[in-house]
Design a protein. Structure first.
Length: 128
């Protein structure tokens, strides 16, 4: 099912049953621009990535220097500190790490009963 259709069906279904529901949308693309590299390092540490691997990733992402070409002349270099560069080959990797961190947080919230899954008759699996 298409995302907006699922949302509409969930709202209609919960209203009909007079249930309460918290609905939120995670914008992963925007979130990657706002997160610090320490978050990614913490998630990789919790996923048991070795220190050498984490330091390689951290140095590639945290200490990359960029210069912009304007009218055939380069600007002064600056360090990339946050955000993901467009076309960066690490973007898919970072997205997976970000989503793993989010998934672990949501699983913990479910275990502590902050949220519960909704089993809907029109979806093949439960949703949060």
């Amino acid at each position: 099912m298409d995302g907006p259709l699922v949302v509409n069906e969930m709202i209609t279904w919960t209203k009909k049953l007079k249930k309460m529901m918290l609905l939120f949308k995670l914008d992963g693309e925007r979130a990657l621009d706002l997160l610090s590299w320490t978050f990614f390092d913490d998630v990789m540490w919790q996923m048991d990535f070795c220190i050498t691997w984490r330091s390689w990733i951290r140095s590639i992402l945290s200490y990359s220097r960029v210069s912009v070409l304007v009218k055939e002349s380069r600007t002064k270099e600056f360090i990339m500190e946050k955000g993901v560069r467009q076309g960066d080959p690490f973007s898919p990797f970072l997205f997976i790490i970000f989503m793993e961190g989010h998934n672990v947080a949501m699983d913990e919230a479910l275990q502590k009963w902050f949220f519960c899954k909704i089993i809907s008759p029109f979806l093949p699996s439960p949703v949060l």
